[in-house]
Design a protein around this ligand. Structure first.
Ligand code: PLP
Length: 462
C-alpha cells in the first residue's frame, strides 16, 4: 500500500520541474503549482490508490497546471449557436475597421481630450457627435459605458427628486437584473405608472402630468412581446403630450438600429432616426446590439438636454475610453458610407443569404463524413438575440452530428474544452452547428475542432 510518504519532496519536484521548464515561470508560480500537484497526489493516495505517480508524471502535471494558469481567461470562442447577438459570448463581434482603429489609437497618445487646432483642452464628446447627429438626425450626442448607464444618467440628471411617467406595460425587466422601476428608484426619481399592463393611451400620460413631472419615458419591449388586446401610445403621441405640458420624452430603445430589419424577413426593430423624427427629446441605445460596435450606451437628442447629461458629475464615472470611441467612430463611419452590410459582422451575418450557408454546410458535412463522422447538412433557425426581435428567426443552415456512445452532452463538453472552444446547440440528442454565426474563414477551424472533440470522445470510450 503506497502512502503520501512515497511521493517526492516539494523541493525535489520543484527542482525537477525547473530543469524541465528552463528559465520559464517565476519561482513562486512553480512552487505553488508543485505544492498543489503534490497535495492532489496525496489525497488520491489517501483514497487508496495502489501506487504513487513517478517524478516525470508529477513534472508533467505541474507543467500542465502552469499552462492552464497562464492561459488567458478571456478567449475567443466559435459561436455555432446561431444566436447572432449573444450576451454571454460577448455580443457583437467588431468590424475590421473598428479593431484597426482601436489598435491605432490604443497603441499611443491621441487627441482624446485635446483640441489640436487651439492647442488646448478639448472634449472627448466631439469625436462621435458629428457622426451620430448625422446618422440619427438629432442635434447632439454622447456616449457612455453601456445603455444601462445611458438610461441611468438620463434619469439622474433630468429627473432626480421628481416624477417619471411610464406605461405599466413598460415598467419591465430588461435582463441581468436591469429593472426599470429599480433604476428609477436608484436615480432618485419617482415612478408614476399609468395605463394597464396591456393597454395604455396617450391620455393616460396626459392625465398624470403635473408640476413634479420631469420626463415621459418609453421603454422598448426588447425581449418580450404582448399579443392580443394591446394598445401602446405611439412615440409621436407621447411627444405631443410632452410638448403640451413642457415635459421632455426619453425613449429607451435598447438595441435600436440604424438599418431596417424587415428586408431580412424580420419584424421591424425601432430605428434610432425614426425615434428622433417622431419627436423623442432623448434616445438611448446600445453600442453592441444591432449597432454592431463595442460595448457602449449612445445618447442622442436635444442639445440642451445632452449638455445637462454631460455636465452631471456621474458622466465622469460612466465615460467611455479612447479605444471604445475609436471603435464606435469606425463602426458609425461604415453606416455613413453605406458599407454597414459588408463591414459590420452583425449585419453581415443577418444579410448572409441562405444559399451561401447551405453551400458551406454541404462542404463541412462532407469533410466530417470523409473523416468517419456521422454528419449531415441540416436546416436551422438563427436568432438575432441580444434582447432584440423576440420570437423572430432567420432560416439558416448548418451541420447536424450524431454524437456516438459518449452522448451529446459529453461531446458538447469536449467541444467547449477545445482550442478554440466551440459552443453548439443540442437538439433531439444531436449536436447542431449553425453556420450563420461562424465567419466563413473559420469553417476549417470548426471542422478541426469537431474532429478533435469527436476523437477524444472515442478515445475515452476505449
Ligand atoms: C439591452 C437593453 C438595455 C441595457 O443595455 P446595455 O447596453 O446592455 O446596458 C436597456 N434597455 C433596453 C430596452 C434594452 O433592450
Amino acid at each position: 500500500m503506497a502512502t503520501p510518504r512515497d511521493l517526492p519532496s516539494a523541493d525535489r519536484l520543484i527542482q525537477a520541474a525547473r530543469a524541465a521548464l528552463g528559465a520559464g515561470p517565476p519561482h513562486a508560480l512553480l512552487r505553488d503549482a508543485a505544492r498543489a500537484e503534490l497535495e492532489a497526489a496525496r489525497s488520491v493516495l489517501r483514497a487508496g490508490a495502489p501506487a504513487p505517480p513517478d517524478l516525470d508524471t508529477l513534472v508533467a502535471r505541474v507543467q500542465q497546471r502552469l499552462a492552464r494558469e497562464l492561459d488567458p481567461s478571456l478567449r475567443p470562442v466559435l459561436n455555432a449557436s446561431g444566436v447572432i447577438i449573444q450576451t454571454n459570448l460577448g455580443r457583437a463581434p467588431l468590424s475590421a475597421g473598428a479593431l484597426a482603429a482601436m489598435a491605432r489609437v490604443g497603441a499611443g497618445y491621441s487627441n482624446l481630450e485635446y483640441d489640436l487646432a487651439q492647442g488646448e483642452r478639448g472634449s472627448r464628446h466631439t469625436h462621435l457627435e458629428a457622426l451620430l447627429t448625422r446618422l440619427s438626425g438629432a442635434e447632439a450626442a454622447m456616449a457612455v459605458n453601456n445603455n444601462a448607464a445611458a438610461v441611468y444618467l438620463a434619469l439622474i440628471a433630468l429627473a432626480a427628486g421628481r416624477e417619471v411617467i411610464v406605461s405599466r406595460g413598460q415598467a419591465v425587466e430588461i435582463g441581468g437584473g436591469f429593472r426599470i422601476p429599480d433604476v428609477l428608484r436608484q436615480s432618485g426619481a419617482t415612478l408614476v405608472e399609468v395605463g394597464t399592463t396591456n393597454r395604455t393611451y396617450a391620455h393616460d400620460y396626459a392625465a398624470a402630468c403635473g408640476e413634479r413631472t420631469a420626463l415621459l419615458m418609453r421603454v422598448h419591449s426588447s425581449n418580450f412581446r404582448l399579443l392580443g388586446f394591446v394598445h401602446t401610445a405611439s412615440l409621436a403621441e407621447l411627444a405631443a403630450v410632452g410638448r403640451a405640458h413642457g415635459v421632455p420624452v426619453l425613449d429607451d430603445l435598447g438595441s435600436g438600429s440604424l438599418l431596417p430589419t424587415a428586408p431580412y424577413g424580420l419584424a421591424p426593430e425601432p430605428l434610432v432616426q425614426e425615434s428622433v423624427a417622431a419627436g423623442a427629446d432623448l434616445v438611448t441605445f446600445s453600442g453592441d446590439k444591432l449597432l454592431g460596435g463595442p460595448q457602449a450606451g449612445l445618447i442622442v437628442g436635444r442639445r440642451e438636454l445632452v449638455e445637462r447629461l454631460r455636465r452631471h458629475p456621474l458622466a465622469r464615472a460612466l465615460r467611455v475610453d479612447k479605444t471604445t470611441i475609436a471603435a464606435l467612430e469606425a463602426t458609425l463611419r461604415s453606416y455613413l458610407l453605406g458599407r454597414a452590410l459588408d463591414e459590420i459582422p452583425v449585419w453581415r451575418m443577418i444579410a448572409t443569404p441562405l444559399s451561401a450557408l447551405q453551400a458551406r454546410a454541404e462542404s463541412l458535412a462532407a469533410s466530417l463524413r470523409a473523416a468517419g463522422l456521422d454528419a449531415a447538412p441540416a436546416g436551422c433557425q438563427s436568432a438575432v438575440g441580444g434582447g432584440s426581435l423576440p420570437g423572430e428567426s432567420l432560416p439558416s443552415a448548418g451541420v447536424e452530428l450524431a454524437p456516438g456512445p459518449p452522448g451529446a452532452e459529453a461531446l458538447a463538453a469536449s467541444l467547449r474544452d477545445g482550442a478554440p472552444p466551440v459552443v453548439a446547440r443540442i437538439t433531439d440528442g444531436r449536436l447542431r452547428f449553425d453556420l450563420r454565426t461562424i465567419a466563413p474563414e473559420d469553417d476549417t477551424t470548426l471542422a478541426q475542432c469537431i474532429l478533435l472533440a469527436a476523437r477524444q470522445g472515442a478515445t475515452r470510450r476505449d
